[in-house]
Design a binder for this molecule. Structure first.
Ligand code: TYM
Length: 337
């Protein structure tokens, strides 16, 4: 791949553990689709990761396919991007095991996501939840990407991946390319609309805090009109993350959807208060998501097409992934057939 491929490589994934949200879109997918022309891109549905938390099997299957339709609807043309389902490429689990043996207990214990998820799922703190970052490192390193476009919550995992790859390279020579996290300037951490101190999450129990990519316009407008703003008396639209987290979150969303800077937004709503601002953010989101929802709905009627996409994606991904896996197996001393 090194010799023939002049394009830089990009790779990322999303767990189908819930319906895709405005957070997943602004933090990750938007950044992916804007770069399909200049990079060789691999994007997958991280179904293996999602069973670290109990899933309803039928929902998981449905969401995996819906996620593929939404990737395409967000602008990821399957002719230009390799789109696949993680569990269709066994090299992920195979390299995942090897990398488990090069990832330290102490490193895994420090992962914020592990601490958060074990607090939320105290009855099911399983081994997979703990070793998850080693599988994520395998997901990444198999494709030798230059960049991993993610929201800021995944930065720590990408950094661990870099440490594990460097450790491995120091022992065995130049096996893995060391990837860079690629984090958007606005939208890297979209917060809940009802509790702006928490990240907008696809597994949030309160659906009012989260905007889903497939929400209808009236639902989106209702969620934004109800969005929590701040209890300050001046009620002016001004970016101040520490003292006005609710308004600052809405400003980030508006900026990511319209391309306007914070200064432009402050000027636009000067003297108008939150009453005018909240529906304006809602409308900007409705217009951003409308084509995505309409195209997803159209694609979901054509399951046969989606099947051809994920099968072709798995073939292409497996070819690249198996080359890296073979190299790793040889390096660690396995008898390669
Ligand atoms: P996941 O499924 O939690 O989230 C998918 C992507 O969306 C971003 N994101 C957000 N960005 C901004 N604001 C938010 N509220 C928000 N919520 C989610 C995440 O940062 C992420 O980029 N472990 C990963 C999936 C994964 C992966 C990989 C990613 C598995 N293997 C290899 C990159 C490379 C995860 O759980 O993301």
């Amino acid at each position: 791949m090194e010799e023939k491929n002049a394009k830089k490589v990009m790779l990322s994934g999303i767990q189908p553990s819930g319906d895709l949200t405005l957070g997943s879109y602004l933090g990750a997918i938007k950044n992916w689709s804007e770069r399909a022309e200049i990079f060789d891109c691999y994007y997958f549905m991280a179904d293996l990761h999602s069973i670290t938390v109990r899933q309803n099997p039928a929902d998981l299957r449905r969401r995996t396919i819906e996620q593929l339709a939404q990737y395409i609807a967000c602008g990821l043309d399957p002719e230009k991007n390799t789109l696949f389902i993680q569990s269709h490429v066994p090299a992920h689990t195979q390299l995942g095991w090897v990398l488990n043996c090069y990832t330290m207990f102490g490193e895994l214990s420090r992962m914020t996501q592990f601490k958060d998820k074990s607090a939320k799922n105290a009855e099911n703190i399983n081994g997979g939840l703990f070793t998850y970052p080693a599988l994520m490192a395998a997901d990444i390193l198999l494709y030798q990407p230059d960049y991993v476009p993610v929201g800021s919550d995944q930065k720590q995992h990408v950094e661990l991946c870099r440490d594990v790859a460097t450790r491995f390279n120091n022992i065995y020579g130049d096996v893995f390319k060391i990837p860079e996290p690629y984090i958007p300037k606005v939208g890297a951490r979209v917060m809940s609309l009802v509790s702006p101190e928490n990240k907008m999450s696809k597994s949030d129990k309160d659906p009012n805090g989260t905007v889903y990519l497939l929400d209808q316009p009236d639902v989106i407008m209702r969620k934004f009109k109800k969005a929590v703003t701040d209890s300050d008396t001046e009620r002016c639209v001004h970016y101040d993350l520490a003292n006005k987290p609710g308004v600052s979150n809405l400003m980030s969303i508006y900026s990511a959807c319209t391309g306007k800077t914070f200064e432009e937004i402050e000027a636009e709503f000067e003297g108008q208060g939150y009453g005018a601002f909240k529906p304006a953010v809602g409308e900007a989101v409705v217009e951003t998501l409308r084509p995505i929802r309409e195209e997803s709905e159209r694609l979901l009627k054509d399951k046969a097409y989606l099947e051809t996409v994920y099968k072709a994606g798995a073939d292409k991904a497996s070819y690249i992934a198996n080359k890296t896996l073979r190299k790793v197996y040889k390096k660690v001393g396995f008898v390669v057939k």
